[in-house]
Design a protein around this ligand. Structure first.
Ligand SMILES: [Zn+2]
Length: 63
C-alpha cells in the first residue's frame, strides 16, 4: 500500500506522486490528525469553508 501524503496548503490527500494536483504545492506531509471525504463539494458547507471545489479526500490539521 502506497504511503499517503497530505498537501500542507489545501489538505488534499495524495496517494502517489509528490505534487498536489489541486494547488500544485510540493509541500506534503505524512502526518495529519483527521480527514474529511468530500463527495458533493458544490453543496458541502465544510468544503466551501475550506475552499474545496473537487470531490476527494482532504486532510484536516496537517502537521
Ligand atoms: Zn494542495
Amino acid at each position: 500500500m502506497a504511503e499517503e501524503k497530505a498537501c500542507k496548503k489545501c489538505g488534499m490527500i495524495i496517494s502517489h506522486g509528490n505534487t498536489c494536483p489541486v494547488c500544485g504545492s510540493k509541500e506534503l506531509s505524512a502526518k495529519w490528525s483527521s480527514y474529511i471525504i468530500v463527495i458533493n463539494a458544490e453543496k458541502s458547507q465544510i468544503a466551501q469553508k475550506l475552499g474545496i471545489n473537487i470531490n476527494s479526500t482532504f486532510a484536516v490539521d496537517v502537521k
